[in-house]
Ligand binder design. Sequence first.
Ligand code: NZQ
Ligand code: ZN
Length: 385
Amino acid sequence: MNNFSLHLATKVLFGQGQIAHLASVIPADARVLITYGGGSIKRNGVLDQVHSALKNYTLFEFGGIEPNPTFETLMKAVEVVHNNKINFLLAVGGGSVLDGTKFIAAAADYVGETWDIVASGGKSVTKALPIGAVLTLPATGSEMNAGAVISRKETGDKQAFHSPYVLPRFAILDPLTTYSLPPRQVANGVIDAFVHTMEQYLTYPVDAKVQDRFAEGILLTLIEEGPKALKEPENYAVRANIMWSATMALNGLIGAGVPQDWATHMLGHELTAMHGLDHAQTLAIILPAIMRAKKTQKWEKLLQYAERVWGIDRGTEDERIEAAIKKTEQFFQQMGAPTRLSDYQLDGSSIPALIKKLEEHGMTHLGEHGDITLEESLKIYQSAR
Ligand code: NZQ
Ligand code: ZN
């Protein structure tokens, strides 16, 4: 196992009815800006619950944070923060609202060009407003991690930044809030959490048994519960297991002390930025292509994945690995996400432009060995057609 340092500082309030306890986690004298997306929290009653939990607070609202939150929209929220002397941000929604709120928090008192927050990968951030989260879409893990992904319309960029200053102080996870999710977002969430787990698991063995078995437990849970969530949207136990899986998939725990490979996400971000595919839709296309392209480097973990997650223990090693990749594709398809670019009417003609964007963003040595060069990424995109 590799050395690591781990500090999981987000307080989690999990379960039905927890939104009512918001006042126990926000300072009483806070001037709170509630940030949200396109209005789902108004339709499903979550915003009303937040208001009744915080009826003695000074509250402001900023809505309209879009999926794949944009710099342009978020800068308007920064103005609201300044004009109203906001000192606490409460993000209510999915990963986009949470990520967007992290950017607002970092940008509020930022000195210099605000896009540098993202361009520097978060390194230039030295302070941020405190954030809390009420999550309504289990997927990204943003509620308990220090990362955010921000898009910029003007330039067609979609890039991540990380800063300990934007880690949410608390996360309220009430599975009931997820009952109103449309099937496509249920699928997106399950696939995103699945791929986060894979990217911290499917590399090479370092004898990290706890991390491996936690990761396998998350994968097995998502495979078991994902399809059920589509069939039984109001099954509390199913929703609860998916919600906790998604948080655990990207809160730092399973990634501590193990090699990681975020190439699927990096290649996927460019697809979203250029073609507007949902984040998880891109992952369902790219992950199987990377599993095949990096088969040799990931050989041992692929065999372990095949056996422990899919119960595949017959056939040659090559056959077992290919069977596990097929199972992975079938799982994504079963959730409703196609696994080819052509399924989205993309013929591959934009691949050179995607590679150019990767280069611009410094994504030239991806993967756990840093050996996914631009040439390799080109082959991966091509094989995903
Ligand atoms: O905007 P509203 O009206 O709220 O509707 C949203 C949105 O249209 C809807 N939704 C959310 N909760 C709902 C609901 N609809 C009904 N009922 C509910 N309970 O779902 C739609 C998608 O929401 P979004 O927040 O965009 O989805 P998700 O949580 O998948 O977030 C995706 C974003 O997170 C980034 C992605 O790149 C993408 O920009 N990521 C962030 C990460 C992180 N911070 O660690 C890691 C991830 O890998 C990912 O890259
Ligand atoms: Zn993701």
